[in-house]
Design a protein around this ligand. Structure first.
Ligand SMILES: NC(=O)c1ccc[n+]([C@@H]2O[C@H](COP(=O)([O-])OP(=O)(O)OC[C@H]3O[C@@H](n4cnc5c(N)ncnc54)[C@H](OP(=O)(O)O)[C@@H]3O)[C@@H](O)[C@H]2O)c1
Length: 286
């Protein structure tokens, strides 16, 4: 299969590019290779590459910036997704799209099911929710939406790399302890997206690494593993802080753990692995 990934330098796109597989050719197209705002450009590029399936790894992911950059967030997370869905419909291609735990409001207090009502708290989540809707309306029988959360990779900017830098530079850190979710290594997410494209899996699914954590728990684990692997030379005190004491432009769900029951059957070939094990693997590759 010729699998086209929309995105090139992003965390997920980069991990997808690393997945070599004798059954597939994976081609990652960044913003210089495809104009996602132009339906004709998408269609002609997909034809040129003789695409069999498309994975959309491109998104506006700057959660706080989106609050004052609504137009660009919606253009990439909704309008471009509508174009991709339409192009895939016109060319009879399967589309795998990635969405977010931020479509939920965080009030449920137990893991979110795929059909739980969505209620995004900010522009990023709302624009991603609109992208989901565009796909469900345009390409319901030929698309897979994978919601994920707290993505990190050796490539690109993410919480793990930010924490490592702060831990190296600062005498102590405060990290939010009242937002709970599931950290996810982009490498495991990439494998799921590829499987969904190969098997033409349809519907909405939730995929994260196994287990739950607060950002504080995540930071403590990052420091422990970093000391263990010699990435950091000394530990610094990390104290738990409350969201209310660390205001950000965008509100975030306080609890956004995703129920992954459907993955146990749909993605049975790739069992869930605990986030701490995955974090350790990622940090070994840094
Ligand atoms: N990061 C997280 O914590 C997180 C959590 C939940 C869900 N997700 C979802 O997971 C998916 C992958 O996220 P990620 O962390 O890999 O994102 P990322 O690292 O921010 O990468 C964003 C990608 O979008 C592409 N892009 C940005 N603007 C573009 C434009 N104007 N035209 C074309 N492409 C453009 C970039 O293209 P270039 O390659 O050309 O730079 C890049 O490949 C997204 O759908 C995101 O919403 C992420």
């Amino acid at each position: 299969m010729n699998i086209i990934v929309i995105g090139h330098n992003g965390q997920l796109a980069w991990e997808l590019a690393q997945l070599t597989n004798k059954n597939n050719t994976i081609t990652c197209l960044g913003r210089n290779n495809i104009d996602v705002f132009c339906l004709e450009s998408i269609a002609s590029t997909l034809k040129k590459h003789n695409a069999h399936a498309v994975i959309n790894a491109c998104a506006y992911t700057a959660v706080d910036q989106a609050e004052t950059d609504e137009k660009n967030a919606y253009q990439l997370n909704s309008d471009a997704v509508q174009n991709l869905a339409q192009a895939c419909k016109d060319l009879s291609l399967h589309l795998v799209h990635v969405s977010t735990d931020f479509v939920f409001n965080g009030d449920k207090g137990s893991p979110y099911l795929t059909d739980d009502p969505i209620e995004p708290l900010g522009i990023y989540g709302a624009s991603k929710a609109q992208g989901e809707l565009a796909i469900r309306n345009t390409l319901p029988q030929q698309s897979c939406i994978i919601r994920t959360s707290w993505v990190y990779s050796t490539h690109g900017n993410n919480f793990v790399k930010t924490m490592l830098k702060l831990m190296a530079d600062k005498p102590e850190l405060g990290v939010i302890s009242d937002q709970i979710g599931s950290p996810t290594y982009a490498k495991s997410l990439a494998k799921i997206c590829l499987l969904a494209a190969e098997k033409k899996i349809c519907g909405i699914h939730h995929w994260t690494d196994a287990g739950v954590a607060s950002w504080y728990d995540f930071a403590v684990a990052i420091q422990e593993i970093a000391i263990d692997k010699g990435i950091l030379s000394r530990p610094i005190p990390i104290k738990p802080i409350r969201t209310i004491d660390y205001p950000t432009p965008a509100a975030r769900p306080s609890y956004s753990v995703l129920d992954k029951t459907s993955c146990n059957t749909v993605f049975a070939d790739l069992p869930l692995i605990h986030w701490r094990t995955q974090l350790s693997k990622m940090m070994a590759e840094l």
